[in-house]
Design a binder for this molecule. Sequence first.
Ligand code: SF4
Length: 704
Amino acid sequence: SSVKDQGIVQSTCAYCGVGCGVDITLSQGKASTLKGTPEHPANFGRLCVKGTHLLETIDLTDRLLVPLVNDNEVCWQDAIDTVATKFKGIINEHGPDAVAFYVSGQMLTEDYYVANKLMKGFIGSGNIDTNSRLCMSSAVSAYKRAFGEDIVPCSYTDLENTDLLVLTGSNAAWTHPVLFQRIERAKQINPNFKVVVVDPRVSATAATADLHLPIKPGTDTALFNGLLNYLLEHDGLDNEYIRQSTEGFTNCMSECSAWTLDKVSNFCAIETKILIQFYQCFLASDKVVTMYSMGINQSTSGVDKCQSIINVHLATGKIGKEGCGPFSITGQPNAMGGREVGGLANQLAAHMEIENEQHRDLVQTFWQSPCIAEKQGAKAVDLFDQIHSGKIKAIWIMATNPLVSLPDNAKIIQAMEQCEFVVVSDCVSSNDTLEFADVKLPATPWIEKNGTVTNSERRISRQRNSLMPAGQAKHDWEIISLVAQAMGYKGFDYNHPQQVFTEFASLSGYKNEGDNSRIFDISGLSALTENQYDLMQPVQWPINEKYPLGCKQLFANGEYATSSAKASFIAVTPKLPEQQINDTYPLSLNSGRYRDQWHTMTRTGKAAKLTQHLAKPFLSINPLDAKKANIENGDIVTVRSKVGEIIAPANITDEQTSGQCFMPIHWNKKFASNATISALYQSNVDPISGQPEAKYTGISVEKL
Ligand code: SF4
């Protein structure tokens, strides 16, 4: 049933990091229609095809509606007691690092905050990581290294008010469609607005670009190092900005100066004349935004790639101004909220550092907690490795499907088979991960959830519930709080998400005297009443005494969150992906989203309109490579890598460069047997961020 008989509920789309506002009309106890919120600053009424069909995904088929222990229906109290008793037993016997939480960018900030508080402040382990590790943790590490804090310095309006937009590692036309619509519209209004797309394949985004650079996969760092060198040689740097607001430039240039046009052209396998066109375009543009996404982050050198982009913006002073900046766009609806509350294993809440004693003291005092994690926990891939090795004995997975999304699927299956105790909270009754659960906890889905999310431009929006929880489903923050209380911990007696949110907002402003170093501060929202929280309008953080209405432009004064207040150049040496092609696996495999589907399809797979256009997975392959393997369009092919094997129909297309293949990430056992692409990727990670490579591995392709 709906929360009210009729009227409109304003909420936020459940899918990507654009964070579009949606207006849901309720009538006769049902959510009857949905459209974009005209005044929401992320979308101004626009929606993409996924958002438009959200209401087709909310029926109760396939819903998990009761708690199950060993597949037997139990009451909530028994389920909670089972989880609390087992977790406590393992902690008592093996210590706090023997348990872990694996959470999700689909959770609301309130859910994320409570999970992080329980694991880091009460259990006393850093072992909570999130599927956002697979999405943008390289961007986080690079921002922190350059700016001293995980700060996204741009806003969506910068994408419209720029002269040059460089899109690299992003197929925004499919992955962030409403942002792409905004970009296309800005281009129509301003004929001088140029779009350059850097992508090894002719993606839907690349097809519309003024200039497309189909560089060799994984060579972005060389491209941007070469750009910096070109700008230096052509008097294109802002020396005053470099002197006043940055440090480390000389060291950075000692690496970049080696990247001549010829060297970049060879390394990136791109014609020099195209390279020069791009570099000249950058040189001639007063305002430049570089927007990047998973194609940059999901790499064994993802942090370096991000760093090379940031270096260029710092050296040209194209940052902290309208229409300028290095802009990482997140994949999930609340990846950003997770970053803020410390959902990553190497962070504490409110952008505090787990390995900073003062920060630990602050958080522990604020939480009045019995302990606090003193070291970083295991990051996603490492976390499942530790389950595999038996070090972690109990895992609680919330709102995510790692059996489909994590690399080296065979190893993840082994890890889950041998894990002593597996708890899964989800809204669906079956998926690949739930098959391994000892305890299944019914959680509320998007339409029933109430709380906040943060989108890619730091904008906090309310996600409001239109429907009451179905069956016995509970909210994630509520389930976690009940388990915490059953484990004997105090400080979890919340009964409304407003209490969680305002506690988090207070913590963000809780600082030692004179400490103004943390830019993330939403203490201006810490006194919201329930009613004010319900009415809260979208706002970009920070929100505090200095910025009571939020802040669109960060770093406008050229001051950063480092101890010197200067941004850091980081010298980076280009590296190719760790897994290279060879005689046995002669083609490379790239992966990404398809326009009409979302993640592992548990929701979008229910909307007939979304599967109409394309119901099956596919492997895109160049005609030359197909011919060599005697493959016709539509043939079912076996795709093998060093660690796995899948099957899919071949899609022969010139959009793929010869030697490279592409496959979407969504299909899995439930929707197409044996087409889980993660089975092919090895678990190679970026050494700094821990983010796994998901854009490159060697494969062979053979007609079935
Ligand atoms: Fe939802 Fe993203 Fe589409 Fe907006 S662009 S409607 S947030 S999926």
